[in-house]
Design a protein around this ligand. Structure first.
Ligand code: DQA
Length: 138
C-alpha cells in the first residue's frame, strides 16, 4: 500500500512557527518518523507540501496512492476548491490537524473538507499523522 502524505499552506514552517502550538520538530523530522512508522506496517509513503491551493488540487487529482493523509492547514477552513478536488477522486482522504482546532479561534472550528474525507484526526500533535496512517493499516 502507498500513501500520499500531503501538507498544505504554511506547514513547511512547522518547527519554526508557533512552537507552543505545533512543536519544535520540522516537517522533515516528522515526515521521517511517518515513513518509519508506515514502513513497519508495510506502507510506503510519498510526501508533498505546497503553499499553493491549485498545486494541492492537482496532486490530489494525479496521485496513484491508495490513500491520502491531508493536513491542509488554513485551506481546511475555506477552500471549496480543495473540497471539490477531494470529492472528484475515489482515493480515500483522512484529514489531519496537529492542534485541536476546536479549542482555538472560531474560524478554525469549521472544516469545509471534513464531509468529503473518510475521517479526521486532530489534536495529537505529530501523532495525528501517525494515527491517520494507522487508520489505513486497520
Ligand atoms: C492546522 C490547523 C489550522 O487551523 C492551521 O491553519 C494550520 C495547521 C494544524 O495542523 O493544527 O496551518 O491544520
Amino acid at each position: 500500500m502507498k500513501l500520499l502524505i500531503l501538507n498544505g499552506v504554511n506547514l513547511n514552517r512547522t518547527g519554526l512557527r508557533e512552537p507552543g502550538v505545533y512543536g519544535t520538530q520540522t516537517l522533515e523530522d516528522i515526515n521521517r518518523e511517518i515513513a518509519a512508522f508506515a514502513k513497519k506496517r508495510g506502507i510506503d509513503c510519498e510526501f508533498f507540501q505546497s503553499n499553493l491551493e491549485g498545486e494541492l488540487c492537482t496532486k490530489i487529482h494525479e496521485t496513484d496512492a491508495d490513500g491520502i493523509v491531508l493536513n491542509a492547514g488554513a485551506f481546511t477552513h475555506y477552500s471549496y476548491a480543495l473540497r471539490d478536488a477531494i470529492a472528484s477522486v475515489p482515493t480515500p482522504v483522512v484529514e489531519v490537524h496537529m492542534s485541536n482546532v476546536h479549542a482555538r479561534e472560531e474560524f478554525r472550528h469549521t472544516s469545509v473538507i471534513s464531509a468529503v474525507c473518510r475521517g479526521t484526526v486532530l489534536g495529537f500533535g505529530k501523532n495525528s499523522y501517525l494515527l491517520a496512517v494507522e487508520s489505513f493499516a486497520l
